[in-house]
Ligand binder design. Structure first.
Ligand SMILES: [Zn+2]
Ligand SMILES: [Zn+2]
Length: 137
């Protein structure tokens, strides 16, 4: 199974092979500002499952954990498709909304719900965290 995520203009692509390790939602303020929408919908893959094609720029910032996190975005249209962090260098993240297929596993967990829009309803099986996912969870 191969899925391709693509930026708004189509020049940056992220090709992911196999199933993601984790699919989740993040309601933190940084993700809401980064995406411009109510929450971030992300999939975590092992880095060897994912390859990038096309020009990209990188925005790096410190995460609340104290580690650095790098966001890869298209220099032409600005879509953010991919990220990686120093907290867990074996994995990377891909923006689920950018994939070309509707069939994607639903989120297993939802983080930073302390800043979630109160009208948002989630699946009953979702695991909820008021802040980030604790290490080892
Ligand atoms: Zn683009
Ligand atoms: Zn977030």
């Amino acid at each position: 199974m191969e899925r391709t995520a693509e930026c708004h203009c189509g020049s940056l692509k992220v090709i992911a092979t196999g199933e993601p390790e984790r699919v989740y939602l993040c309601h933190c303020q940084a993700c809401r500002r980064r995406t411009g929408t109510a929450f971030h919908f992300g999939a975590t893959y092992r880095k060897e499952q994912v390859r990038l094609e096309g020009e990209r720029k990188i925005y790096e910032r410190g995460a609340d954990s104290g580690n650095s996190i790098r966001f890869y975005f298209c220099p032409n249209c600005g879509s953010n498709l991919y990220w990686e962090g120093d907290r867990n260098p074996a994995v990377c993240g891909v923006a689920v909304g950018a994939f070309d297929v509707m069939a994607f596993p639903p989120p297993s967990d939802s983080i930073w719900e302390e800043s979630m829009h109160p009208w948002l309803g989630l699946l009953p099986e979702t695991i909820h965290y008021r802040q980030g996912r604790p290490p080892g969870a």
